[in-house]
Design a protein around this ligand. Structure first.
Ligand code: AMP
Length: 189
């Protein structure tokens, strides 16, 4: 089970990622999580990417894919993995294809969680107002920017996979369980 999870900020990607890794017993690889850990630990990488994260902009493709290539080499990925938040650009998708080719593996499915823009804006506004978030990029203004970055740079990734016949689109409006059932069906389980 090698799954890529795509979807705009506010689509419930993080929540669904937890459902997927629980069901399939695969590691959850979130580049956002990895980067936030680096920032928190004050590593060289963390210092380098902090401002980019805080602004809701994208970290460079080279940096991201180096992190991913290393992560996919770890033994826990032998049984599969869930990629959450990556690839975020067509270039990253191309680099990922190269990494997979090197190891003679293929993605099982690319799942796109689709949610109408109106609903996303409402969810984002709600999240921005909700206290308790430990994400420094969780303000309404940064969230709106992240959505803009998504449409410009990440939405084409869905097209990339659609053109290659591996995209499964799932309706992201509904309860957590409804949406996760749709995802399990889409990946054929
Ligand atoms: P996320 O938790 O996936 O929303 O990611 C949080 C932030 O980390 C993003 O707003 C970007 O600044 C950065 N980031 C995470 N994944 C990527 C990626 N694949 N490419 C570029 N930047 C990323």
């Amino acid at each position: 089970m090698r799954i890529v999870l795509l979807g705009p900020p506010g689509a419930g990607k993080g929540t669904q990622a937890m459902e997927i890794v629980k069901k399939f017993g695969i590691p959850h690889i979130s580049t956002g999580e990895i980067l936030r850990e680096q920032v928190a630990s004050g590593s060289a990488l963390g210092l380098k990417v902090k401002a980019t994260l805080d602004a809701g902009e994208l970290v460079s493709d080279e940096v991201i894919m180096e992190v991913i290539e290393e992560r996919l080499k770890r033994p826990d990925c032998a049984k599969g993995y869930l990629l959450d938040g990556v690839p975020r650009t067509v270039r990253q998708a191309e680099i990922l294809a190269g990494i997979l080719e090197k190891t003679d593996t293929e993605l099982t499915a690319v799942v796109q969680i689709s949610v109408p823009e109106q609903v996303l804006m409402e969810r984002i506004r709600h999240r921005g107002l909700t206290s308790g978030s430990n994400r420094s990029d969780d303000t309404a203004a940064v969230a709106a920017n992240r959505l803009q970055v998504y449409w410009a740079q990440t939405a084409p990734v869905a097209t990339y996979y659609r053109d290659r016949g591996s995209l499964k689109e799932v309706d992201g409006v509904g309860t957590v369980q409804e949406v996760s059932e749709r995802i399990f069906k889409a990946v054929g389980r």
